[in-house]
Design a protein around this ligand. Structure first.
Ligand SMILES: [Zn+2]
Ligand SMILES: [Zn+2]
Length: 280
């Protein structure tokens, strides 16, 4: 064993002795030096969405083949009825379990290093969208917080995550951050319990474009931590399109899945169990 790795191990165990700390999610003692109080197992458990999702909004689909219809790519019922103001919204993982906790750690407990992990996840989402972007640079716009909320929290989590992503290659290439072009004049935090129509009414007029020239005829990538009902990003996209944006893409770290296929039993297991039952 080399001196360097021995020294490294000594430093790490010394660190563990000096700053004993447990994983915030599972309670396991943290042995690696990290500014993020989450163990590697818990981080590894935050997996991307698997299974069929709507090609436009990213909602889970029960049976992707059943939704094809006249479009070559699967669409959910909502997106078949009404074209959303954004070209496509994609997310990394389902908004539950560890990923939800990690986002909360950043937003509500101000653990800023969480933004780096979330930024890596977002870079994967953007990597998937990239083939659809045009040749020009894309304007990256974090969904803004209301100024009061921003003062209270001290940062906009969507902007921290976007900044972490932009540092990464190749995801960060072709992307230009612009956190000033979209403003928010109203906070619409409480959308729960409202119907989709009430949510749209509630959010109307909450966002405005400060410098239309920055988005005119440009491709725009909206970034947020979570896509819940889509009301917020839809309103942002609507306002940006009205200001002249050519196309608006949406990338979020997590997404609420109404139809959650993430915990479904894989087909293969089902088949082998049926086979076993038939032979037993
Ligand atoms: Zn853990
Ligand atoms: Zn959809």
């Amino acid at each position: 064993m080399s001196f360097v790795s021995l020294a490294g191990q000594a430093a790490e165990s010394l660190f563990a002795v000096l700053f004993p700390s447990d994983c915030r999610f599972c309670g396991a003692p943290l042995i690696k030096i990290s500014r993020l109080p989450v163990c590697e197992e818990c981080l590894f458990a935050m997996r991307p969405i698997v299974g069929g999702v709507c090609s436009i909004c990213g909602e889970g689909l029960v049976s992707p083949s059943a939704f094809s219809g006249e479009h070559s790519e699967p669409r959910c019922g909502l997106c078949r009825r009404l074209e959303p103001p954004f070209a496509k919204a994609a997310a990394y993982g389902s908004y539950d379990g560890g990923l939800r906790e990690l986002i909360h750690l950043l937003k509500y407990e101000q653990v800023r290093p969480a933004a780096n992990v979330l930024g890596r996840m977002l870079s994967e989402v953007i990597g998937g969208l990239k083939p659809s972007f045009g040749d020009d640079s894309v304007v990256v716009i974090p969904v803004p917080l209301h100024p009061g909320k921003l003062r209270q929290r001290g940062f906009n989590q969507a902007e921290l995550i976007a900044r972490a992503t932009l540092k990464l290659k190749p995801a960060g290439e072709q992307l230009m951050l612009n956190s000033a072009v979209l403003g928010r004049r109203r906070d619409t935090q409480s959308q729960t319990g409202l119907s989709s129509h009430q949510r749209r009414e509630n959010i109307r007029g909450a966002f405005f474009v400060t410098r239309p020239r920055d988005v005119e005829a440009r491709e725009v990538l909206l970034v947020d931590d979570v896509f819940t009902t889509g009301t917020t990003v839809s309103e942002c996209a609507r306002v940006l399109r009205r200001a002249g944006a050519a196309r608006v893409w949406v990338a979020t770290v997590a997404r609420t899945l109404k139809i959650n296929t993430q915990h479904a039993v894989p087909d293969q297991d089902e088949e082998s169990r049926l086979a076993m039952a038939a032979h037993g």
